[in-house]
Structures are given as C-alpha cells and as structure tokens.
Design a protein around this ligand. Structure first.
Ligand SMILES: NC(=O)c1ccc[n+]([C@@H]2O[C@H](COP(=O)([O-])OP(=O)(O)OC[C@H]3O[C@@H](n4cnc5c(N)ncnc54)[C@H](OP(=O)(O)O)[C@@H]3O)[C@@H](O)[C@H]2O)c1
Length: 342
C-alpha cells in the first residue's frame, strides 16, 4: 500500500461555476475501518449548486469538494473487525456521502458507507441512485408512511428527487399529482401515472380542492413559502406534509431554510394533521442500517429495471464547472453523472 496522487474538484470560494477548480492531492493508506476507492462515476444534484454558492443549510467552508453520491471500485482497505465476503479489492460499491466530496478521482471512506453494486448494474446508472432515491425513501416511508391507494401531491415532480418520488410512488401504488413546468413535463410525469399540474398556470390548491375534495393523504414539498400552508390545507384529516427543502432567496437560503423548518415544526403542533422534515445526510449518519438496507434495495431495483433513473448527460469529471453552468441555464433535463473514465 502506498500514497495515491489524484485530482479532485474543489469549491475554492463561494460563487458561480467558475469557482470549481481542479487540484492535485494525495491519499495516505486507509485508517482502520476505511477503504480507498477509485471513483468511477459521481452524481450531480441541485444541492451541489447550492453548496457551491454558499447557500446550503449543511454548508461546508471552502475549500471543499462538492458531490453527495458516487460509485467506485475498492482499491484497498483496512478492516477493523469481521469483514463481509464482498469486501475485497476490485469490488464496485455505491455510496451516499454525508459531507460531500464525490467529485474526485479517489476517495477514502468508512467501510459502513460502502454498498456493493449488484452484478450487471453499470456505474453511471448506479451513481444516479443514492441521494435522490434515499431522499424519496425517507420522504415516502420514514416520514410520509404512505400506503397503496393513498393520494399524494409531489411538488417539482420533474426534478431529481421528484422523479425518484414518482418512480417509487408508482411502485407503491400511490395516486399521484405532481407540479412541474419543464417542457414535456406532462408526458414525463404520465410515465409514472402522475397527473400534471403546471404551477405557472394552475393553482395546485384549487386543482386539488376541485379534484380531491376529501383532501390528499400526503404532500411532498421542497419549495416552502406560501405553498407550505396551501399544501397543509390540501391534506385530508390524518394527512402529512413532508418538507425536504426550502427554495429561499439567493444569498439568504440558509436563513430562509431555518425559517421554513421552524414553520413546519410549528404546523405540527396543530391537531389533526402531521408535518415532518426529511434531511437525508443526518438520517444516514443516525441510521447506518437504514441507509445500507435502503440503498441495497434501491440498487437491486435499478438492476431489475424497476427504478431506472433518467440520465440527462454523462460528462467527464473535469467538466464539472461546465455542467454546473449548463444546469443553471436549465439546459439539461435529467440527472447528470460525472465519470472519471477517459
Ligand atoms: N432533504 C434532503 O435530504 C435532500 C436531499 C436531496 C435534495 N434535497 C433538496 O431538494 C431540492 C430539490 O433537489 P433536486 O436535486 O431534485 O433538484 P432539481 O432536479 O433541480 O429539481 C427541482 C424541481 O423543482 C421544480 N420547481 C421549481 N420551482 C417550483 C415551484 N415553484 N413549484 C413546484 N416545483 C418547482 C422544478 O420543476 P420544473 O423545472 O418542471 O419547473 C425542478 O424540476 C433541492 O433544494 C435540494 O437541495 C434535499
């Protein structure tokens, strides 16, 4: 075992895509309970763009590496107890990180975070799974506790998490409404049986009042603001509003997120309906077993074709700044995956 020299992308200072820089670094031998991975693919999420701008609740200080999810090949590891049969050099694993840093050629990670890829699942598809789909599991199962036949509203059903919610919601047998404005959204949402509401032209509260007068069992929200109260009012007795993000004012996102979270907590004090907050990086840290079981299940579902993420673009890792710029211009629909292969 020896030191590995590699390149990674770092946010040098908060700002636009131009603050993403390539730097060289070295990885020493893995400490006990850790593995070094050669990264094959890293997923890009909207959260990466927020963190780069300095507008993210779980913000790290620059310089830091963005990226919450990756697929890598185990280079070497230092076991600190009994090891499962799959834990060998060369095994491909998927990971959802808790502190970002996936935009790199190599990473060192704790062994508990590695989830082996099922045979035949390609790294690009697998790298598009962890964060969006674990968030969907957290929202639907942990906090939403929805059941087959329940009617739900998915805000932003065309987005990364919104599409994961739609895919898993369809498998669960939910009746789904989804807000979206992207071109082709109606068709995209219809693939998972989601009834489209164009939030630029329609008021989702009015649509639901008219079509679901008894109310819906759950609303999944990543916008916050006045829509929170409206979503809460759309709930049937016993229904739940699950918030997993707050779209605040640029430059004030952290304060707006805290304000939104406090509102959601306060709404939960009222009787008759529930509210809940989903924050997956914390949930992973607090529940290693939940994380491993859920990610293993999700990767298996992707392998069997039951949840296939929509890949919008596959780009070299070193093009991360161009990818962020294209996403900000809304030029790419679907998940972007960065790869380290030449
Ligand atoms: N809680 C957690 O642990 C967790 C985990 C992952 C992500 N997140 C957060 O979840 C949010 C979404 O992430 P993502 O990666 O899914 O982002 P994304 O792919 O950019 O999707 C966001 C979607 O929101 C929709 N949207 C924008 N304004 C809207 C409005 N006023 N009403 C309804 N929909 C609207 C957009 O739809 P159109 O383009 O169709 O308009 C877009 O598709 C981010 O804030 C992210 O940080 C939280």
């Amino acid at each position: 075992m020896s030191e590995i020299t590699y390149r990674k992308i770092v946010v040098e200072r908060f700002g636009g895509p131009e603050v993403l820089r390539t730097v060289e670094a070295t990885l020493p031998e893995p400490p006990p309970g850790h593995a070094r991975l050669k990264v094959l693919a890293a997923g890009v999420g909207f959260t990466d763009l927020m963190a780069r701008s300095g507008d993210y609740l779980l913000q790290r200080r620059p310089p830091f590496g963005p990226g919450y999810e990756l697929v890598g090949e185990i280079v070497d590891f230092t076991a600190d107890g009994p090891r499962p049969a799959w834990l060998t050099s060369g095994t491909r694993v998927a990971v959802s990180l808790t502190k970002m840093g996936a935009y790199a050629e190599y990473v060192t990670l704790p062994l508990w975070q590695l989830v082996p890829l099922p045979d035949g699942l390609d790294p690009v598809t697998a790298a598009a799974i962890p964060l969006d789909h674990l968030t969907a599991v957290s929202v639907l199962e942990t906090h939403g506790r929805v059941r087959a036949g329940d009617t739900v509203l998915i805000q932003g059903a065309s987005g990364g998490v919104g599409q994961a919610l739609s895919r898993l919601g369809a498998l669960l047998g939910l009746r789904m409404y989804g807000t979206a404005s992207a071109p082709g959204a109606e068709e995209l949402l219809a693939r998972h049986g989601v009834t489209h509401i164009d939030y630029r032209r329609q008021d989702f509260g009015e649509v639901l009042r008219e079509r679901e007068p008894e109310g819906v069992q759950a609303v999944f929200d990543h916008i916050g603001g006045p829509g929170l109260r409206k979503g809460y009012r759309a709930l049937a007795p016993g229904g739940v509003l699950v918030s997993y993000a707050f779209a605040g004012r640029p430059g004030h996102m952290v304060a707006d997120t805290v304000r939104g979270a406090v509102r959601v907590k306060a709404m939960n004090l009222r009787p008759g309906r529930r509210t809940a907050l989903s924050m997956v990086p914390h949930e992973i840290k607090a529940g290693h077993d939940w994380y491993r079981t859920a990610l293993e299940r999700l990767l298996g579902m992707a392998r069997s074709g039951r949840t296939v993420p929509r890949i919008g673009a596959v780009e070299p890792l070193m093009k991360a700044a161009d990818v962020h710029a294209a996403l900000e211009r809304r030029e790419i629909a679907g998940k972007v995956v960065l790869t380290t292969e030449a």
